[in-house]
Each structure stands twice: as C-alpha cells, then as structure tokens.
Design a protein around this ligand. Structure first.
Ligand SMILES: N[C@@H](CCC(=O)N[C@@H](CS)C(=O)NCC(=O)O)C(=O)O
Ligand SMILES: [Fe+2]
Length: 288
C-alpha cells in the first residue's frame, strides 16, 4: 500500500439509486480510475440511459484525464453497473473481485441461463485479496471483504479506502447480508479488517441513504467509524452485530431494481444479446 499518496477523489451521487461513483487520481497525473459507475435504468419504461456516465465523462474530459481502469466493488443488486458502457467510451479496462464467478453461478441458475460463462470472462481482470493495480504513482490494493455478497471488494489507494457496500456512513451502519451468499458474521470480520487500517484513513462508502433527512454524505474515516458506527463501532461484538444485522435484514424489502440489475451486472453491464428485432430483453423468474 502507499499511504504517502493522498489521491484526489471526485464523487458523483446518483439520487435514483443512492449510489456513489468515484473518480480517483493522483495530483498532477492525467490517468484516473473509476469505481462503481452507474448505468441509468427506468423500470417503468425499460429505458436504459447514460446520464450518470455522461457526467463522469464530462468531468474526465474537462480535466484532460484518461480513464485507465474501471472497477466494481461487487455485483450490485440495486442498480445497473456502468462498467461496460464506460469501458466502450473510454477504452479503459474493467475489474471486479475474483469470486464473481460464484455470484455468476448463483444468478445464472436463478435466471436459467445454462449457456452463460460463469468464469468472470466478461471482465478484463479478476482481483484477489492483495492484488495491485499500478498506474504510475497511483497504487490500488484490492481487499476481499465478503459478507454483503461473497465477491465484495474494497480498494485502498494511498490514504483512501473505497469500501463499497460493507460499512456505510456511521449513522447508517452496514450493508445487508441477506442476498445469496451473504453472511453477517463474515461481514463483521471483513469490517474489522477495514477498521484495522490507519485511523486517519479516508473512507468512501458505496451508498448513502441520508437517514433522518440529513444531507447526503459519502466520506468518513476509520476513526469516525470505530467511534460511532451504529452497527460496528468498537465494543460491539460479532454476536451482537449478527443479531442486529439479521433483525434488520428481516424487515427489508428486496431492492426495487434487483431483478433487472443482476442479469446485467453478471454480464459486466452488457445488456443481454439483442433478439431478431434488434431489441434486448430482460427476464424475471416468477415466484409461486
Ligand atoms: N430501497 C433501496 C434498498 C437498497 C438496499 O437494499 N441497499 C443495500 C445495498 S445494495 C443495503 O445494504 N442496504 C442496507 C440497509 O438497508 O440496512 C432500493 O430499493 O434500492
Ligand atoms: Fe450492494
């Protein structure tokens, strides 16, 4: 890791899915990376659009930057990933956690996609714990932080860590653990690893839901989380966390965009192949 570097972090908040996309670069460098871009989707009309990606691209262009890598922290279950679309527009390479293949197997089963290659080949690079991406002075170190999903990753760049859906802002707590392969005790252990980073590490979260009507926020620190996170502050044991996480998960509805998102996100953000009329279709398992 390279704690001496203080990367410049620019955040883009999507108010429809409460998702934060990050552009990360080192001062003075023209190359950058993008974490968790969003492909916009209107569930009423089926319209897929690129307003969120346009905003990232405008920022990149205005600042004379080149996107070299685009990373997802996990296979998102609440919005479509902009990975493929942003890669097409910038020529950047895409990466996600290596355990994505397990998530692909689960959802290829749920959507009945017998020919779907569940090997992560839709992404340019599959990252394992400790793997690095080096772009000049910018060194990204990948951490495998399962619990919300089995393939979740966090990315450390200098004094910053992008934690995806592990912890959220201190007053919101942590991510749900009731998706396939999710597990609260596993999340607790992943979170403790993140909280073992230096206390002044800047922590950037994957979503914010503005609890109690407070302004949307996405940056906190290891110290602030250890002191005040309502689910995992210092002193809360694994057993206590598991009990409160499971109690909350029992009250949560599935995310509104779960079924459209996952079948696109296991494809790295590519829509299903168009049918004979040129249109792509999504499919939904019906429960009885
Ligand atoms: N109402 C939101 C729910 C989003 C959601 O479930 N978010 C996940 C992250 S993908 C989560 O961990 N939420 C934590 C919680 O509600 O405790 C939606 O429909 O999209
Ligand atoms: Fe998530």
């Amino acid at each position: 890791m390279s704690p001496a570097i203080t990367p410049l972090v620019t955040a883009f908040f999507d108010p429809v899915t409460w998702t934060v996309t990050y552009v990360v670069r080192v001062p003075g460098a023209s190359s950058c990376l993008v974490i968790d871009p969003v492909l916009d989707y209107d569930r009423r009309s089926g319209q897929v659009s690129v307003t969120s990606i346009d905003a990232v691209c405008a920022f990149v262009d205005d600042n004379g930057l080149t996107v070299e890598w685009i990373l997802d922290t996990h296979v998102h279950a609440d919005h479509m990933t902009g990975l493929a679309e942003l890669a097409r527009r910038t020529g950047a390479k895409t990466a996600i956690g290596k355990q994505v293949s397990g998530v692909q197997k689960t959802f290829a089963g749920i959507y009945n996609l017998p020919d779907f290659p569940c090997d992560g080949s839709q992404f340019d690079r599959l990252l394992e714990d400790g793997d690095r991406i080096v772009m000049g002075d910018l060194v990204l170190t990948a951490l495998h932080v399962p619990g919300h999903t089995p393939a979740c990753m966090a990315y450390v760049v200098g004094d910053a860590v992008f934690v995806g859906d592990t912890l959220f802002m201190p007053d919101f707590g942590t991510a749900r653990c009731d998706f396939p392969g999710g597990d609260a005790a596993t999340l607790y252990r992943s979170v403790r690893r993140l909280l073992d980073l230096p206390a002044d590490t800047r922590m950037f979260v994957g979503h914010d839901y503005g609890p109690g009507g407070r302004l949307i926020a996405w940056e906190t620190s290891v110290a602030a989380q250890r002191q005040g996170n309502i689910h995992v502050r210092d002193g809360i044991s694994e057993a206590e966390f598991v009990a409160l996480r499971q109690a909350r998960d029992a009250t949560l509805e599935m995310p509104e965009l779960l079924l459209p998102s996952l079948q696109v996100n296991i494809r790295a953000g590519n829509l299903p192949d168009p049918e004979s009329n040129g249109t792509s279709y999504l499919k939904f398992p019906l429960r009885r």
